[in-house]
Design a protein around this ligand. Structure first.
Ligand SMILES: Cc1cc2nc3c(=O)[nH]c(=O)nc-3n(C[C@H](O)[C@H](O)[C@H](O)COP(=O)(O)OP(=O)(O)OC[C@H]3O[C@@H](n4cnc5c(N)ncnc54)[C@H](O)[C@@H]3O)c2cc1C
Length: 284
């Protein structure tokens, strides 16, 4: 196995493009190393991205953020402006694992590992996050919801690497939230995750985005759920409609963590709770 630690994105792309056999990007390694230890992954090439300045910084311009792909969950949680602008995204990322995992794990690793239950992904999608992808033919920016195509698979082409995640400047009176349900109190995989972002105008929801995790092969945006609360002050009728739309959108697996019925019902309950938090954060 070859290990490389390039200093630029261009070098990383060149290494990944020329690689023969399995090539893996190493960000925090909290998924990759587990897969390697259990024999699920045997890379011929590992490209460590933690020495690349464009991937290790959080920058902001005019209220929008660019989060390098190698920025850890712990670093994200310490960024005051980001926490203020997108608390739901930061909280979702900070739910990953433990303190030890937080010191290593990244949002982009969480995304590219492509688990349907990845915690940061529904929150990123709700917040209209985009992935900056670099390949040998240049750079492209795609909505986060276009990156994962199924469990363990992404739309990244050979040689491509995600350099950063961008988050827009939130419109005035915008709030976001992420809630997940896990069977244990800590260190477990979401049975359901819900990310919601909404913007208010005079206390009325002007626009919203609702994204569910762990209830389908990929995180899913639920436009019907957003419609259910748009134009309302999040009264009980609107919340019930939101819950119904979320439950209806679920296509979950049945496993030891939860049955199909259970996940479907929990999705509605969590959506209502997340919407209330987002509404409050937006000033409602
Ligand atoms: C004890 C433990 C607890 C955990 N708890 C949770 C949890 O609560 N919630 C949760 O969602 N996850 C959890 N995880 C899974 C894992 O920690 C997260 O998915 C984490 O965010 C992965 O990030 P990473 O930087 O460590 O990824 P890595 O392991 O470095 O990479 C993961 C995958 O993404 C690819 N990749 C990484 N960066 C890039 C890039 N820039 N461009 C292209 N591909 C890239 C890698 O090649 C690899 O295939 C847990 C893992 C452990 C070991």
């Amino acid at each position: 196995m070859r290990y490389e630690s390039p200093a630029t994105t261009k070098e990383a792309v060149a290494l990944l493009s020329k690689a023969k056999g399995e090539a893996q990007v190493l960000a925090g390694g909290t998924d990759l190393l587990v897969r390697m230890k259990t024999g699920l992954s045997e890379p011929d090439l590992i490209v460590d991205i933690k020495r690349i300045p464009a991937m290790t910084e959080i920058s902001s311009a005019k209220g929008a953020f660019r989060i390098g792909a190698a920025v850890s969950g712990a670093e994200l949680g310490k960024h005051k402006a980001l926490v203020k602008a997108w608390p739901g995204v930061v909280e979702a990322t900070n739910l990953i694992g433990s303190d030890q995992i937080q010191g290593r794990c990244t949002m982009v690793g969480n995304l590219c590992n492509a688990s349907p239950a990845a915690d940061s992904v529904p929150a990123m999608i709700a917040a209209k996050a985009k992935a900056v992808i670099v390949g040998k033919n240049g750079r492209r920016t795609v909505p986060v919801e276009k990156v994962v195509t199924g469990p363990g698979t992404t739309s990244l082409k050979k040689g491509e690497v995600v350099e950063a995640i961008t988050l827009p400047k939130p419109a005035p009176r915008t709030g976001d939230a992420y809630l997940r349900f896990i069977p244990r109190t800590e260190m477990d995989i979401a049975v359901v995750g819900v990310g919601i972002s909404l913007t208010l105008q005079r206390g009325v929801v002007k626009s919203a985005r609702v994204c569910l995790g762990a209830v389908a092969p990929t995180a899913i945006l639920v436009p019907g759920a957003a419609r259910a609360i748009t134009g309302t002050k999040l009264d009980d009728v609107a919340l019930e409609k939101l819950a119904k739309a979320c439950s209806k959108a679920c296509n979950p697996i049945d496993d030891k963590r939860g049955t199909v019925d259970y996940r479907t019902r929990v999705a509605g309950v969590l959506a209502k709770r997340a919407a209330k938090i987002a509404y409050q954060r937006a000033g409602g």
